[in-house]
Write a protein of this length. Structure first.
Ligand code: WTA
Length: 650
């Protein structure tokens, strides 16, 4: 396990419980333990009946499905025979009633500019942009890369793709040119949608320049659409690059949603696995839409007049599922903010909560730890009394941070939903229901209806109470269908460990005597840096691509703000590793992958500690990176003296 160390100790002694207030339960979408248990049991015993009814009631179908579920994991197909459209689900069906002129997106840019798009206006823009895509030759099934700042046009672009059945592949704006090229090539993208730049902590992120560099190595891309956000200088390549606003001038807003099969691919989203090559997680239309629609309604307890804010970037799965598809499908008003939480000062988020009277606030533990560090004076300056529900996602939350969130932000009256899920699961899997589940700080509590998890040992035997590996024993509609272009890897990564019987999440977890789940962290070579997944192998391959690096091993270590930091042990071909050389290596990784992968520590290693058979002993490196005494057996180490040398380089 990658170093859950401190958190395990603190959660093991955690026994506080926070039941929802009776007022909250009385108004909640799911309001009693009995209702939850009935739903959960029905979904477990009769998944077809459970999901089939929900799909009929909550999705709009152009053509009804014949079968709810077909086939065993990992090849389960959902709602076959049905036809629908995700953009229709998020937009058109709201236009016939009072939601037509309701705010769909309340957007604020980092410099303080604001825009509000009603459902009708958003529909209008999406239809126009879908026509732009068609005019550029984009067809149903084509892959489209989106690399944009957090502006409404990002949501418009994704919904326009969905409208014509093009498959979007969104790349987080913090990724580098090389990462863009890799993803373009893997998905064989035909078109890229980007912007001149975006604002982040007062600086302009040069998105178009990154795309230009990436396109030198992306032969499949034919056209680029550029949205003008910052007004910064960009180079436009004739017959390849087009301005968004010019294209939008020339199209009308009549664009019926294409009637797509339930299993039509909706999007690809790349995420890190335990090898160097990112995995193109593929989600399909009906199952994903049903999953995000229902889980957001259950977990965030949406009400018609709620203002909901998820602070994630749409470049990650959280933004896909819980800024765009889930909230819009429910007709909710969703706040979208472009910039950093500490710009112009550390009170920015709380200023926005007060200004827009946010009721539901969903963020990440890494952000909460930063808020704590910045000090209570920032939230205390603002009126946060509109908040009624808080959420977290992305990594285990340490109980201290949970308590701070509960007291300082939630004023001890807001339930906290600690939601465990993954890019692959498409939607929330384990989470409190805010009107039902007594919460325990640090635990994501219990499975949602339709989710049947288990903790098993290495052989797949169930662990009733205690620690082990987290698996899913039944398929669910919003699970990934494949890794794009590599179905074999999909089966291998998620299903081979237990011979196809279970979906293996890659996380270690513990079950307590109340049946609560406590997720401890990854058990593979995946790091969780500020709630984002990075593979140690990805960083290692970036390092060895540097001329002066002979060998590299990368491990995580506990980091106060990021949860996990990146420590690189590097053997150089020449030189002794001056500070300037270390800095160069950090910048090299940053350039190859992106800012999120910037190493926190580079340690120069004359050699890496290996077993006699040549395997790098990562366990030892993790101890050294964390500044701990090396635990366990070192007798298999080839050169025992090496550890002292590694410790010296700090
Ligand atoms: C971790 C993010 C503990 C976990 C939605 C998982 C969590 C990985 C939690 C997925 C949580 C996510 N408690 N750990 N509430 N939520 N994780 O694909 O290790 O970016 O496997 O999806 O984040 O990260 P991903």
């Amino acid at each position: 396990m990658n170093d859950p160390g401190k958190n395990i100790e603190s959660v093991l002694t955690e026994n506080r419980q926070f039941p929802p207030s009776s007022e909250f339960s009385a108004q909640a979408n799911i309001g009693s333990e009995q209702q939850y248990m009935e739903m959960w049991t029905k979904a477990k015993d009769d998944p077809s009946g459970f999901w089939g009814e929900l799909a009929k009631e909550n999705l709009d179908w152009f053509q009804d499905f014949d079968t709810v579920m077909e086939g065993d994991m990992p090849e389960t197909k959902w709602f076959t025979g049905g036809k629908l459209n995700a953009s229709y689900q998020c937009l058109d069906r709201h236009l016939v009633g009072p939601r037509k002129n309701k705010a769909a997106i309340i957007w604020e840019g980092e410099p303080g500019d604001q825009r509000i798009l009603t459902y009708q206006q958003l529909h209008h823009e999406v239809c126009k942009f879908a026509n732009v895509l068609k005019n550029l030759g984009c067809e149903t099934g084509d892959r489209v890369t989106i690399y944009m700042p957090m502006v409404p046009e990002l949501a418009i672009a994704m919904l326009a793709c969905a409208r014509i059945g093009a498959v979007h592949s969104i790349i987080f704006g913090g990724f580098s040119a090389d990462a863009i090229a890799d993803r373009n090539n893997d998905a064989e993208s035909k078109l890229v949608i980007t912007a001149d730049g975006g604002w982040r902590r007062g600086k302009e992120i040069p998105l178009k320049a990154n795309v230009d560099a990436g396109l030198e190595k992306s032969p499949t891309v034919e056209k680029v659409v550029v949205y003008r956000r910052t007004g910064g200088d960009v180079t436009m390549t004739p017959d390849r690059d087009y301005w968004w606003h010019e294209l939008m001038d020339d199209v009308d807003a009549d664009c019926p949603a294409v009637e797509l099969d339930s299993e039509h691919p909706l999007f690809i989203l790349y995420t890190s696995g335990s090898t160097g090559k990112p995995k193109g997680v593929l989600h399909t239309t009906a199952g994903y839409m049903l999953g995000t629609t229902m889980t957001s309604r259950w977990v965030f307890d949406y009400k018609e007049d709620d203002t909901y804010w998820c602070t994630a970037d749409i470049g990650w799965i959280t933004g896909h599922s819980y800024i765009t598809y889930g909230p819009l499908s429910n007709g909710v008003t969703s706040v979208m903010y472009e910039g950093g939480p500490n710009w112009p000062d550390e009170g920015r988020f709380w200023q926005l909560v007060e200004k827009y009277q946010v009721n539901i606030f969903y963020t990440a533990p890494t952000a909460i730890r930063a808020f704590i560090k910045w000090g209570d004076q920032f939230p205390n300056q603002y009126d946060l009394s509109s908040l009624r529900l808080l959420g977290t996602v992305g990594e285990p939350i340490n109980p201290e941070a949970w308590m701070w969130y509960h007291k300082v932000i939630g004023n001890e009256k807001c339930p906290i939903v600690d939601t465990w899920w993954q890019t692959e699961t498409g939607g929330i899997m384990l989470s409190p229901l805010p009107g039902v589940t007594p919460t325990k700080p640090g635990s994501c509590t219990k499975p949602l209806p339709g989710v049947v998890p288990a903790i098993v040992d290495e052989e797949g035997n169930p662990v009733e109470e205690g620690g082990g590996l987290l698996v899913m024993t039944q398929p669910w509609p919003h699970m990934l269908r494949t890794l794009y272009g590599d179905h074999e890897r999909f089966v291998d990564v998620y299903f081979s460990k237990f011979n196809g019987k279970y979906y293996f999440a890659g996380d270690g977890a513990r079950l307590d005597s109340d049946g609560y789940y406590w997720v401890m962290g990854r058990v593979d070579d995946v790091l969780n840096v500020s709630g984002h997944r990075l593979s140690t192998m990805e960083v290692e391959s970036a390092l060895v691509a540097h001329d002066n690096v002979a060998e590299a091993a990368v491990v995580g270590f506990p980091h106060e703000l990021k949860g996990e930091g990146i420590c690189c042990f590097v053997t150089l071909k020449s030189g002794d590793g001056s500070d300037a050389e270390k800095e160069e290596l950090k910048q090299h990784v940053r350039k190859q992958i992106g800012a999120i992968a910037t190493p926190d520590k580079i340690k120069i290693a004359p050699q890496l500690p290996k077993t006699r058979s040549g395997k790098i002993m990562r366990r030892l490196l993790r101890d050294i990176a964390a500044g701990r005494d090396v635990s366990g057996d070192v007798t298999t180490l080839e050169d025992a003296g090496i550890l002292d040398k590694l410790r010296e380089d700090d």
